[in-house]
Write a protein that binds this ligand. Structure first.
Ligand SMILES: Nc1ncnc2c1ncn2[C@@H]1O[C@H](COP(=O)(O)OP(=O)(O)O)[C@@H](O)[C@H]1O
Ligand code: SF4
Ligand SMILES: [Mg+2]
Length: 327
């Protein structure tokens, strides 16, 4: 069953050049992005920093306005919601990369987790304490964590606290915006295991954002690859990882370290070496294929015509002229 349905989403920012009438320019952070997430499913979104991943998440949360497109959560149009916004916010929660910045340093953990319970469910006193203890237990923290401050916890524990707070209102979908990017590798896998366990238990859906394909592969059933505000390739996680159909995905994969050095060398030899050049600016995106300036396989048509998504073997699609039938 489709829980989230995003169709042709654009998010453009108008930015003023100077304080006093310096004109303005447009940042095309998200362009024509479409995807769905089923109930209980994880969709991974990967791409370099600045590709528009967080802006997609922020548009879903209504923290920024969509310039165009439709966002439906459980059949309800999110972009049109006004007065009764709170109802939909319960269904949609978010976890950020740096839990320290999203936790109030002067508030004990119990108050932070209990806040939404008081605001939205009217829970007070012992009822609220009981529910906070239950949430702490669900994320693997002791009940006495409730009376301590964020500074007393490690990065991984703070991310568990942020997860407990996100779970408090029993959401359907959690946007995980680089939730493990700041953690060391073993803590990363503990947090990812916890997210998977909670998904199983509560039937949660995740939009899991990362800049590292290796991180999203394990938790995602499908992966979308973003570049300059567009999804260039989407498909089953294993297919995207083992048989990338878009030159940009290949480039991202050559940056993913493999534990075994022999396998790493073989993979590097097999893949075309792509120049790791700088990301063009979303203020003045190139015409044609957004990747054409960095693509070693570029053809004339790539400079003028935006490629359409085409189905690829093994499932999903890629937007690359190499997959056009007559190319
Ligand atoms: N509020 C804003 N105003 C202007 N530009 C923005 C704003 N938010 C994001 N951007 C720009 O949009 C682009 C995409 O940003 P973001 O979604 O944060 O990328 P990512 O999460 O993939 O790193 C970047 O060029 C960023 O500078
Ligand atoms: S459309 Fe052309 S430039 Fe873009 S990724 Fe494909 S081959 Fe490269
Ligand atoms: Mg981001």
């Amino acid at each position: 069953m489709t829980l989230l349905d995003v169709e042709n989403l654009d998010v453009h920012f108008r930015v003023k050049r100077g304080l006093f009438g310096g004109g303005s320019y447009t940042v095309r952070a998200v362009n024509d992005v479409s995807f769905t997430i089923d109930a209980g499913e994880t969709l991974g979104i990967v791409g370099e920093s600045g590709s528009g991943k967080s802006t997609v998440g922020r548009a879903l949360l209504r923290l920024v306005d969509a310039t165009a497109g439709r966002i439906q959560l459980d059949g309800k149009e999110v972009t049109q919601l006004t007065g009764r916004m709170l109802d939909f916010r319960r269904d949609l929660q978010v976890i950020f990369q740096d839990p320290y910045s999203s936790l109030n340093p002067s508030m004990v953990i119990g108050a932070t987790i209990g806040e939404p319970l008081g605001l939205h469910q009217g829970l007070t006193g012992a009822d609220r304490e009981r529910r906070v203890a239950e949430l702490l237990d669900q994320v693997g923290l002791p009940a006495d964590a409730a009376s301590r401050y964020p500074s007393e916890f490690s990065g991984g524990q703070r991310q568990r606290i942020a997860i407990a707070r996100a779970l408090a209102l029993e959401p359907r979908l959690i946007i995980c915006d680089e939730p493990v990017s700041a953690l060391d590798v073993s803590t990363q896998s503990q947090v990812i295991n916890l997210l998977e366990e909670l998904q199983e238990r509560f039937g949660l859906s995740y939009l899991f954002i990362a800049h590292d394909l290796a991180v999203v592969r394990h938790i995602s059933s499908r992966i979308g690859v973003m570049y300059l505000g567009r999804i260039l390739e989407m498909g089953p996680a294993d297919r995207v990882y083992d048989a990338p159909a878009h030159p940009y995905t290949e480039m991202l994969l050559t940056a993913v370290p493999v534990a075994d050095p022999v396998a790493q060398r073989e993979r590097k030899a097999k893949r075309r070496t792509l120049p790791v050049t700088e990301l063009p600016s979303p203020t003045n995106p190139p015409g044609g294929c957004p990747f054409h300036g960095r693509c070693p396989l570029v053809m004339d048509v790539c400079r003028t015509t935006l490629p359409e998504p085409r189905p690829v073997a093994g499932g999903g699609w890629a937007a690359c002229h190499r997959h056009d039938t007559n190319a």
